[in-house]
Write a protein that binds this ligand. Sequence first.
Ligand SMILES: Nc1ccn([C@@H]2O[C@H](COP(=O)(O)OP(=O)(O)OP(=O)(O)O)[C@@H](O)[C@H]2O)c(=O)n1
Ligand SMILES: [Ca+2]
Length: 501
Amino acid sequence: MSWTRKILLILGFLSTLAVIALIAVAVTQNKPLPKNIKYGIVLDAGSSHTNLYVYEWPAEKENDTGVVQQVEVCKVEGPGISGYSHATEKAGPSLAQCLRQAEYVIPSKQHQETPIYLGATAGMRLLSLENKNAADKVLSSVEKTLRSAPFNFQGARIISGQEEGAYGWITINYLLGNFKQSGWKKLLHSLKSISETSGALDLGGASTQITFVPNELSSESPENLLYFRLYGKDYLVYTHSFLCYGKDQALQQKLAEDLQTMENSSLLDPCFHQGYQRTINISDLFKTPCTSAKKKQFPFSQLYVQGEGDYQKCRRNVQKLFNKTNCPYSSCSFNGIYLPPLQGDFGAFSAFYFVMNFLNLTSEQSPAALDKVAATVESFCARPWHEVKTAYHQIKEKYLSEYCFSGAYILSLLENGYDFTENNWQRIHFLGKIGSSDAGWTLGYMLNLTNMIPAEEPAVPPLSYGSYVGLMVLCSLVLASVLLFAWLLFHKPKCLQKGIV
Ligand SMILES: Nc1ccn([C@@H]2O[C@H](COP(=O)(O)OP(=O)(O)OP(=O)(O)O)[C@@H](O)[C@H]2O)c(=O)n1
Ligand SMILES: [Ca+2]
């Protein structure tokens, strides 16, 4: 064997070894470490009920967008915490069962490091207007229970309507991946300045929020504008929360209004099904700050509601809740509140979704046109109560009896209140969940309080793990083939000599 042959043989052997080593190193060294999961808990203390959410995310990806997801939701039994105003010490203990559920879902060794937050919304805003002392006591009771749980207590407070709107907007845009800008989207964005976020519409029991990025900047009503810098981009967001315009308080307002012109205690109500009856204590109706201005002396103490099932009448009735007479700005929603022209797509969740979903009007593939939505609500309202009750016996009577009113109210709020028309109606997407997470303000609240949304875009490695390994293998194969070819060229084995020469 000649010395050149020997060298080439050794070289060939060494390069094969090098290729194997390179691949082995690429695969083992760069293999993602076993997932280190972190958890967070948020309690949404709404006016009608409390929900506990458990979120999880991989620790090493904390600042990426779209990595936090909901892994558990627990519905607290009984009323919302504001419903404990007469037994404030019972508000905290009502949460115990859901806290135990969270202890079960989250591994015990991580309990201590898991942050837990409680945010109360419009029910508690109303209670604190009506009886500040009772509201404080409810919050103390809740705090005491949360502190006694094995988690890292981070606060229990009433969030403002502005926060509720803003965090709902952050949640849905985070979950829809609208803050993440891939290469081509970035390019598109720099070419034309398009708003790539989705607006948020939230309908609760006691308040409703509208939040979106308007087309033009206007400083007409600074209290409705919020500024955010998220992932390296600036957002100027319009938001407004209408206290007393959640669906339960809106119904109270409507009934209080109806009472003004009544001569006896019996009310024929077009917003309830024919054959439906409900008795309401007049003193309860006027307890809330949403109706207290309409309080007066009535010659009866109870109101007997009888359903009439007439959508058109109900719509006219409900429409009166939206005062469109004076607007001190260039444009308004209602009650003299500034609203810039609507812009882009909207995600509508909570009661917007519950009601539309019940009426089978949430299909994303073929979103129903406005006239079809109105026709569906109209024919639902026209069905007699006994028929509705048998057809949907599995649905709670409190919910079922109010879907006719709620359908009319939602249409009135969106059409009369916010000026949605048949042209932009289909830009509203009714969503319950996005992936595994419920649409609502809680996720955005936690992302903000745990500083999980960076102001600047985090530096990302230019290649993903998969592409890196692929490239490594490709380079190694090319290197090996070049060496093999060189060896064949110099070595010229007998069998190939004829072919090459
Ligand atoms: N399947 C469901 C669930 C709830 N509801 C009703 O929808 C309304 C709003 O519920 P939710 O969004 O949970 O309101 P809260 O968060 O409790 O109220 P707020 O945000 O105003 O504090 C309530 O009247 C509730 O009775 C419904 O009709 N159908
Ligand atoms: Ca709510």
